[in-house]
Design a protein around this ligand. Structure first.
Ligand code: FE
Ligand code: FE
Ligand code: ZN
Length: 296
């Protein structure tokens, strides 16, 4: 089976998902992830069915299985805070129907921050939003992302994620494991088999729907959440390769969310990171190769 790998890509008003697929193909990726609008706000454009059809055609012409494609919900919505409860529910319902309309089945969501309400109240708020947003008949799975534990973030332990899944009680709740986030949360990726066994015994591997592959600018347990390019951070190339090529994760799409490089961080690293991952060999000149490629 071929490795399922891609990255975060753009989406805009004019080209919509057609832009996302084109960008992914430029990185030699066979999957991708995008926001259906700006990640930091909830303004969303009307979807154009003709552009969606063109995008789906381009995917099938290039062996991209749409079931491996991911949408990320905007991180501005905080389901753990009851303050905007009604808005959170209506926005999430709309986001789920947009994802359905695009033919995509995976929607990644941050559990959010309890902002001083406490973990238990925060979890109850998340459960309330999810229960009121998901219909049993939907084809979309909400993939709760494992978090770094920055501030009052919920979801930085497998137990917290499991508790949300159990309380919602829907088969449409899945999990997105982010390597930078779990490192920062204190899960040691130098023994990934142990981390995965732990995940399996608490949540269950059948729930793992997406893996975000990022190195980390911070040490184990730092609770920071700052992504680093593959092999240039504290997790390191070999540990990330163990995740990427793990036999138990072979059917799970891997998505890079590593930072752009160069002046004004304007060059995407994904073409070169994907190449390095496929070659299974660390590129010592990663950043200069990227800059030279895009500069010309
Ligand atoms: Fe995320
Ligand atoms: Fe992530
Ligand atoms: Zn992050």
């Amino acid at each position: 089976m071929e490795l399922i790998i891609g990255s975060h890509v753009s989406f805009n008003k004019d080209k919509q998902m057609l832009l996302s697929v084109t960008e992914a193909l430029g990185y030699k990726a066979n999957t991708f992830m995008f926001y259906t609008g700006a990640p930091q706000n909830t303004k969303r454009v009307e979807l154009d069915d003709n552009l969606t059809k063109e995008a789906i055609k381009l995917m099938s012409d290039n062996n991209i299985d749409i079931n491996n494609v991911v949408v990320h919900a905007p991180y501005i919505i905080n389901p753990a805070n009851s303050k905007n409860r009604d808005f959170n529910i209506s926005f999430l319902r709309q986001e789920i129907s947009r994802v359905e309309k695009l033919g995509i089945t995976k929607l990644v969501l941050h559990p959010g921050s309890h902002v001083g309400l406490g973990i238990n109240v925060g979890i109850d708020n998340i459960v309330d939003v999810l229960k009121n947003s998901i219909d049993d008949s939907t084809s979309v799975d909400i993939c709760l992302e494992t978090m770094a534990g920055k501030g009052s973030e919920i979801g930085c332990t497998f137990e917290e994620i499991k508790s949300i899944i159990d309380k919602v009680g829907s088969s449409h709740i899945k999990v997105c494991l982010d390597t930078c986030h779990i490192n920062d949360a204190g899960y040691d990726l130098s023994d990934f088999d142990k981390v995965l066994d732990n995940f399996d015994s608490i949540i269950g591997l059948d729930k793992l729907a997406v893996v975000h592959i990022n190195d980390s600018k911070n040490t184990l347990g730092a609770h920071k959440d700052r992504h680093e390019n593959i092999g240039l951070g504290y997790i390191g190339f070999d540990n990330l390769m163990n995740v990427i090529y793990h036999e138990k994760l072979k059917n799970v799409p891997k998505i890079l969310e590593t930072p752009y490089v160069g002046d004004d961080t304007k060059y995407p690293p994904y073409l070169f990171e994907i190449e390095m991952i496929r070659n299974k060999k660390f590129n010592d000149n990663l950043v200069t190769d990227i800059i030279n490629y895009y500069k010309n």
